[in-house]
Design a protein around this ligand. Sequence first.
Ligand code: C2E
Ligand code: CA
Ligand code: CA
Length: 405
Amino acid sequence: MRISDLSFLVVEDHDFQRETLIEMLKGLQAKDIHAAANGQEAFDFLVSHRTPIDVIISDLDMPTMDGLEFMRRAGEAGYRRSVILVSALDRTLLSAAEAMTKAYGVRLLGAISKPITQASLEALLENHGAPEPKLQARFTQRASYSLDEIMDGLENNQFEPFFQPKVDLATRRVVGAEALARWRHPQQGIVPPAAFIKILEDSGKIDELMWMMLRKGIAFCSSLNAGGLESSIAVNLSLKSLNNVDLANRITEISRAHHLDAEKVCLEITETAATTNLGAALENLTRLRMKGFGLSIDDFGTGYSSMQQLTRIPFTELKIDRSFIANSSTHEPARVLLSSSLQIARQLNIKAVAEGVETQQNWDLLQELGCDLAQGYFIAEPMDARSYMNWVQTLATNTTSMFVA
Ligand code: C2E
Ligand code: CA
Ligand code: CA
C-alpha cells in the first residue's frame, strides 16, 4: 500500500514537534493527516471519525491522557490498525511501552526515539503492508454505552457467548473452550466486553450477564459432548458475583439441568480490586470446588495480590496473563516471569494455561517450557457458537490440521 493512500493521526503535545511530524509525512506523500495534542483528544477523534485511521503516530509522554493510556483505550475499544510510538524516553522504557501496546492487541509498526528523522519514519511505514485479515476489526464502533442501553440489550437477548478453544500443548488436542461475552448490537455489530463489563460491574448488574453466559455456555458445551466432541467450558466470573452465597448451588443446578458434569465446567476469576466480602467469596469458591467445578485464576501475574490468592483458594488452573506470553520470545523479564509462573503451577500441581498465544514462536517456547494448555489467535479467535461448531467438526475430519478435535 502506498503512503499516499493511508490516513494518519499524529498525537503529540509539543506544537513544534507535531508540525515537524506532519511536514515529514507530507514529504513522504501522505495526504490524509489528522492531529491531536493528547491521548484524550486522539481517542475522541478515533471514536467519532467516520472512516478508520490506518496509522497512529503517538508520543508517550503527554498531559491529560498519556500515550500508554491512549494505547490501552484504543486497544480495548477494538483499534487493530497500525501504531508507531515516539518518545524521548530511554530505550528500556520504550520497549516496555512497546510490549504493553502489543499486549492490548494494537498492531505496532515500531517505536522510535526522538529526534525522529524522515528516513526512520519511512522505514517503519514500510512495515504497514496490508492489514492482517484476522485483525481487520474496524474502529467504527462507539466505545461506550449507557447502562440503560446495555440492560435493554440484555433483556432483548442480544448478548451471547463467543467461544475460543483451549488446546493441549503436548497432544494438540482441543480440550475445551472459553466463553467470552459479546453483544450483537443491531446497529453497531459485535461489541466487545470492554464496552460493557465495567459498567455492569459498577452498577451491580453483572450477575444478569453471568447467568446468561453460564446458561448458554453450559448448554453449548453439553451439545458438543452429546455430539461426540468431548469438551469442557470456561466461564468468566466477576469477583462481584461471588458476594451472593447462593451462587454455587445455582451453578450446580444449571449444569445438572444440562446433564453436564461439574468437572467439565471451569470458572475463571480475575481479582481486579480488593474483595468487599472476602468471607462470601471464599465460601462460594470452596463450595464450587467441593462440588467438582474447576477454578481458574485468570490474568495471573497482573491481578491484585495474585500470590496471596493462591494460598487461600483451591484453584485448579493458573492462567498466565497474555502480556507475559506476547513478549516472552524477545523480552527477558517476561520470559523469567513466564517460566516461574509455570513452575508455581507445577509445584501446586495445577494446570497452567497460556493465553494470548499468537505465533509459532510463542507456541514453541511454551511447549519447551512444559506449559499444559494454550489459547490465542495462533490457534483460533473467539467465534460464535455456529462457527465454533464448524471449526471443531472440520478438525475432526481433517487429518492434516495442526490441531486435533
Ligand atoms: P480474559 O478473560 O483475559 O479473556 C481473554 C481475552 O483475550 C479475550 O478478550 C480474547 O478475545 C482475547 N484474546 C484471545 N486470544 C488472544 C490473542 O492471541 N491475542 C490477544 N491480544 N488477545 C487475545 P475479550 O473477549 O475482549 O474479553 C476481554 C475480557 O473481558 C476478558 O479477559 C474477561 O476478563 C472479560 N470478560 C469477557 N466475557 C466476560 C463475562 O462473561 N463475564 C465477565 N465478568 N467478564 C468477561
Ligand atoms: Ca478469562
Ligand atoms: Ca486473561
